[in-house]
Design a protein around this ligand. Structure first.
Ligand SMILES: [Zn+2]
Length: 595
């Protein structure tokens, strides 16, 4: 048994999440974690909502509420959606807990104490009316290179030039239209040049990463500059240093705070389970655990550069040396697993242009496992991928319903009708053994594909074996066997089919946990087969306001192995597990998009 940390990207709490968000990291991290638990490993799957930073403030102002109130609202919406998808977090928390504040400030102090937080004077834009920082992307103006009227402060989308906001002609705030004021301001910068040699050495050992991620991370080292880790903003975690701590307009950069969440959530989980030091089994550098970070490709920089650099700095492993802080020497990521982008009917997801379907709306009309199946078999694992409603309906109907659902349904109903229980097999033919061997062999192939983040290949292989089992049933045609003297053969065929269904159900459990539990019960099984997450209302551990978390008992459930189906176990006529979709839903959904 080994310890596996599943570190899942933190959804930003400025609104509900759409299916593009959960396709990139939510479902894949759950499939991986469920498989690792079934394979006998001790998994800690953690995440939470990311609740600081400018976009939260902007949205809160738009909705006429405070930032905390806005974060409370969307934290709850996101928690409910992730539970409805069956995502098995050991802890899904948030960045506004007092525990998180304390761990983030400890990380900052450690990095600062080792000399890797350097204070520099810089130019920043502020809003004259609020005094708040205006990030580059919230400033627009006329491009000095091409004259395009709506260039952003960081880049002109017309000519592609990289810009500084001060270069814009007639700069204005995208939030309220006013002219930003450029001021001198003091900030702390993470000394990336002092950490780059150690980063480079570490990256050279990461040979099994997806090549695009490794190349991206390595290229980042070609041009490293100190990077600001504090902001002029009043919504965030205070900078824990004299003269800064009490300044209401200086806060830690939201990205500094959010990535520390992987550590603070593990600490919170340990404290909540009554063993406050337990987080070290996944986090201590010498514990030997593995850690996998799941995210979309737009976040590679923060997970493959900024976070490892913070950890190296905390450990005292840059060119300036240093000592690990009180948390001890911390483990760097084993692998950064980045997905590509999902588009919707050929367009980028956009809440403002209503090219979107929110998780909640999706699940009000379709089953969670139908979405999970689509994400696994056709999601943006290694290339940008388009979600279309017609492809969703086709895959659901032709593969999930007509393939897997049909195998489950006809095997169990024929056995129930003819025997009322799992029949007793007699001697096996070559065809019987061939199918059973094929199914058993899939545990190794499908398992190793999931373990190496090739989930599309993994579910495709499992579904190929489902196809073999369907062909076996068609070839053996048990429905044609009426002669009493061939009843033994009928029993054997149906036993083989049910055994195949049972093992295939185990193979599909990480992908389709809701259906897997139902099929387990249809086969006469009892107890939990696929454990599910639950929402718990908890108190803040350090006296802050209470909040909902996702937790669960995942120590129960099926193992990743063949299990002999006991002959004689009672069966009843099954209800269909998957729903066939009427093709008319395609037009209905497209009309919703356009409206
Ligand atoms: Zn331009």
């Amino acid at each position: 048994m080994s310890h596996v940390l599943s570190a899942v990207a933190w959804p930003y709490a400025n609104g509900p999440r759409h299916i593009g968000h959960v396709s990139g990291f939510g479902v894949p991290s759950d499939v991986f974690s469920r498989y690792q638990r079934m394979a006998g490993n001790d998994v800690l799957m953690i995440s939470g909502t990311d609740e600081h930073g400018t976009p939260i403030l902007v949205e809160a102002e738009k909705e006429g509420v405070g930032p905390r109130e806005l974060a409370d609202r969307y934290n709850r919406v996101i928690v409910e959606d992730l539970v409805a998808l069956g995502l098995s977090y050991d802890l899904f928390t948030r960045t506004t807990t007092r525990n998180h504040y304390a761990v983030v400030q400890e990380l900052f102090r450690g990095v600062h104490g080792n000399g890797y937080m350097i204070e520099q004077t810089t130019h920043g834009a502020i809003s004259p009316s609020t005094g708040r920082t205006l990030p580059d992307r919230y400033i627009e103006g006329t491009c000095p290179k091409c004259g395009y009227a709506s260039a952003r402060g960081d880049q002109c989308d017309n000519c592609g030039s990289q810009l500084d906001p001060e270069e814009l002609i007639n700069p204005r705030s995208r939030i309220n239209g006013e002219t930003p004021k450029f001021i001198e301001t003091e900030h702390f910068f993470l000394d990336l040049p002092a950490l780059a040699p150690a980063m480079g050495e570490w990256l050279q050992t990461r040979t099994d990463w997806r090549p695009n991620v490794l190349k991206f991370a390595t290229n980042l080292l070609d041009d490293v500059r100190p990077r600001a880790m504090t902001r002029d903003i009043d919504w965030g975690i205070p900078v824990p240093l004299p003269g800064w701590q009490d300044n209401p307009n200086k806060r830690l950069y939201v990205w500094f705070d959010a990535v520390v969440g992987y550590l603070s959530a593990a600490v919170e989980w340990a404290r909540r389970t009554g063993d406050p030091e337990a987080w070290k089994r996944w986090w201590a550098a010498d514990a030997g655990a593995t850690s996998y970070y799941f995210m979309g490709k737009d976040n590679i920089t923060f997970h493959a550069q900024i976070w490892p650099a913070e950890l190296l700095a905390y450990n005292g492993e840059g060119t300036k040396g240093g000592e690990p802080g009180p948390l001890g020497k911390l483990a760097l990521p084993t692998e950064v697993v980045s997905s590509e982008f999902l588009t919707m009917e050929g367009r980028k997801f956009s809440s403002s242009q209503r090219v979107v379907i929110y998780v909640r709306d999706f699940l009000s009309r379709y089953d969670a496992d139908a979405l999970r199946y689509f994400v696994a078999v056709a999601g943006p694992e290694s290339t940008d991928t388009d979600f279309t409603w017609s492809e969703f309906v086709r895959r659901n109907n032709d593969e999930l319903v007509a393939g897997w659902g049909n195998l489950v349904n006809r095997s169990i109903s024929m056995a129930a009708k003819n025997f009322g229980s799992v029949p007793v097999p007699s001697s096996l033919t070559a065809e019987d053994s061939a199918l059973l061997d094929s199914v058993r062999g899939a545990f190794d192939t499908v398992g190793s594909l999931i373990a190496t983040h090739r989930q599309k290949a993994a579910i495709t292989e499992a579904m190929r074996v489902v196809g073999e089992a369907n062909k076996y049933l068609s070839d053996q045609a048990p429905w044609k066997i009426k002669e009493p003297e061939r009843r033994d053969r009928l029993a054997t065929i149906l036993y083989v089919a049910l055994q195949a269904v049972s093992d295939l159900n185990t193979l599909l459990t990480p992908f389709l946990p809701h259906a897997a539990q139902k099929i387990h019960e249809l086969l006469g099984g009892q107890g939990v087969h696929a454990p599910m997450p639950e929402i718990r209302e908890v108190e803040d551990l350090d006296g802050g306001p209470g909040y909902p978390v996702i937790m669960g008992d995942y120590t129960v459930g099926a193992r990743w192995e063949h299990v002999e189906l006991p002959a004689g176990r009672p069966l009843s006529a099954p209800k269909p597990v998957f729903k066939k979709l009427d093709p008319s839903v395609v037009d209905e959904e497209l009309a919703r998009l356009a409206s």
